[in-house]
Design a protein around this ligand. Structure first.
Ligand code: ZN
Length: 183
């Protein structure tokens, strides 16, 4: 466990501008720095990094966080790894405050993940066997087919009109599974 006050000390020591700039080149924009957002596609920069507040914020997609958060979101790092990387840069050692109850917690977590795994196996088996699950899967497939069918129908009916073919033919071609031909 990393003590919370260490995180505060660390965030006060590192500069988020240089951290972000390593991955996303920033440009000075008034009191802040800006770039095209790395979390969504855009042509004009709405991603800003504030050196005074020490956080990043995107006005386009709402991405927001500290230097630790950036390494996690952008770099895909775990919380301890992000803290470790920043601490290395700042020349600090990450204190590990392992409480006496940690061993118990870890055991409980191992038990819990066993239970979850068992539950996941059970539900997966049920998906194949339970009549309600089978109905649901059929409904899902049907609704996807119908939706795709509707899009195809629009394209087909305009093409069919142009070709002077009958709409019925177009519908029958679009719904080979759901509309009985000549029925
Ligand atoms: Zn964004």
């Amino acid at each position: 466990m990393i003590p919370n006050d260490f995180i505060q000390t660390l965030l006060a020591r590192v500069d988020i501008v240089s951290v972000v700039d390593r991955y996303v080149p920033l440009k000075k924009a008034g009191a802040n720095f800006a770039a095209c957002c790395p979390f969504h596609t855009e042509k004009t920069p709405s991603f800003t990094v504030s050196p005074s507040k020490q956080f990043y914020h995107c006005f386009g997609c709402g991405a927001h966080g500290t230097a630790v958060g950036f390494l996690m979101e952008y770099g895909g790092k775990s919380f301890p790894d992000a803290v470790e990387e920043l601490a290395r840069d700042a020349g600090l050692d990450v204190p590990r405050a392992e409480s006496t109850g940690m061993a118990t917690v870890r055991e409980q977590a191992a038990d819990l993940s066993g239970v979850l795994l068992e539950a996941a196996r059970f539900y997966r088996a049920q998906l194949k066997e339970s009549p309600r699950a089978i109905d649901y899967r059929r409904w899902l497939q049907l609704s996807l087919t119908t939706r795709t069918g509707r899009w195809r129908l629009r394209a087909w009916s305009s093409r069919a009109k142009a070709a002077n073919a009958t709409t019925a033919f177009a519908i029958a071609s679009c719904f080979p599974f759901t509309i009985p031909v000549g029925g």
